[in-house]
Design a protein around this ligand. Structure first.
Ligand SMILES: NC(=O)c1ccc[n+]([C@@H]2O[C@H](COP(=O)([O-])OP(=O)(O)OC[C@H]3O[C@@H](n4cnc5c(N)ncnc54)[C@H](OP(=O)(O)O)[C@@H]3O)[C@@H](O)[C@H]2O)c1
Length: 322
């Protein structure tokens, strides 16, 4: 079958690891279902996979893609929850030590067919297109959990999103505005800041800028490049929710501010199946739709990967398959 995959890890040249070609069609084990992929979206996670970060060398070749939407053999339209858990785990899903994201152990969604456990194929609301639905399983789910489960923010309070144009960042801006928060964002260029404002940010700032007042919570995926600013922007008792470190680990943890101002630093990763169901319901009820910055046929996946590598995002990058 057609597939876009990482042939082998290439830490310094991730595009060189990308192959648009053919892979064996997977068969679904007992309790799993095949999903014919109609759309899938690109995440930074795919770039980490191409670089060999977070995946064992013996797992290559690996079909990319942790987000997708498509149809079951009976025609049911579904959205894929990409966290595959240990069937014996009984605790909170995101704390399951044996959980894996598609593309870490199991093949991903950039293909004609992906197989997933039956519970990981959620009904797609009819109001969402396949392309829109394909944005929800990773970046949007992560943003949903950061904002509504882990931040402790109440509507009316002020949130700062570090980054303006990325998948998680645009989701945070759109969700925050839609749910009644005062949304501020930083962006690396005027065009990126304009995008955030178009998506609902009340104000935008250059990275590292002094803000008019301290905020109740900061949402971090950038890491080293913005961490000190994030800590300095918080009011006493405020919260940083962190789910990524695109630019690497923070070199200064800013511990004195953390303890003296009694700041909370909360890690957040992906979300549960129920949170994805709730996110889909939120989109259905509000009419909010993920911003798709570019939509390409899956055969042109390399162009999307190039854009993300160059930081040229304007929302989600979606690949479609007829
Ligand atoms: N823990 C989880 O479950 C989880 C889930 C999803 C994503 N993540 C992580 O979250 C991060 C973002 O993922 P994504 O898919 O949203 O990626 P993306 O679409 O490529 O977005 C990258 C974001 O980083 C921002 N950024 C700011 N300064 C930057 C700099 N100096 N260099 C590079 N980027 C900078 C960009 O802001 P501008 O608009 O200013 O360019 C943009 O918003 C990644 O590290 C990813 O691994 C984690």
């Amino acid at each position: 079958m057609f597939a876009v995959y990482a042939a082998e890890p290439k830490p310094d040249d991730p595009l060189a690891a990308l192959v648009v070609g053919e892979r064996p069609e997977p068969s679904a084990p007992e309790g799993w279902v095949p999903v014919r992929v109609r759309a899938a979206s690109l995440n930074m996670h795919d770039l980490w996979t191409l670089r060999g970060v977070g995946i064992k060398p013996e797992r290559f070749p690996m079909t990319l893609g942790c987000d997708g939407a498509g149809t079951l053999p009976d025609g049911t339209e579904v959205v894929i929850h990409s966290v595959v858990g240990d069937p014996d785990w009984t605790g909170e899903e995101t704390l399951d030590p044996k959980r894996t994201l598609l593309t870490e152990l199991h093949q991903g969604t950039f293909a004609d067919v992906v197989v997933v456990p039956r519970r990981n194929a959620l009904p797609k609301p009819a109001s969402l297109s396949f392309a829109e639905a394909a944005c929800t399983g990773t970046a949007w789910l992560t943003a949903y959990r950061m904002l509504f489960v882990n931040s402790g923010l109440r509507p009316g309070q002020t949130m700062l999103v570090q980054g303006a144009s990325g998948g998680v960042a645009t989701a945070l801006v759109q969700l925050g505005r839609s749910a009644g928060f005062r949304v501020w964002a930083t962006g690396r260029s005027e065009a990126k800041r304009a995008l955030a404002e178009e998506l609902g940010a009340h104000r935008t700032f250059e990275p590292g800028a002094r803000l008019p007042e301290r905020v109740d919570a900061v949402f971090e995926t950038v890491g080293r490049a913005t961490w000190s600013h994030s800590v300095k922007c918080l009011r006493p008792g405020g919260t940083i929710v962190v789910s990524g470190a695109t630019t690497g680990d923070a070199t200064a943890a800013e511990l004195q501010r953390v303890f003296f101002l009694q700041l909370r630093v909360v890690g957040s990763t992906m979300g549960t199946r129920q949170e994805l169901a709730d996110l889909l319901s939120f989109l259905d009820l509000t009419g909010l739709r993920p911003r798709i910055g570019s939509e390409l046929p899956m055969e042109r996946a390399a162009e999307g990967v190039r854009a993300m590598l160059d930081g040229e995002t304007a929302g989600k990058i979606v690949f479609t398959r007829d």
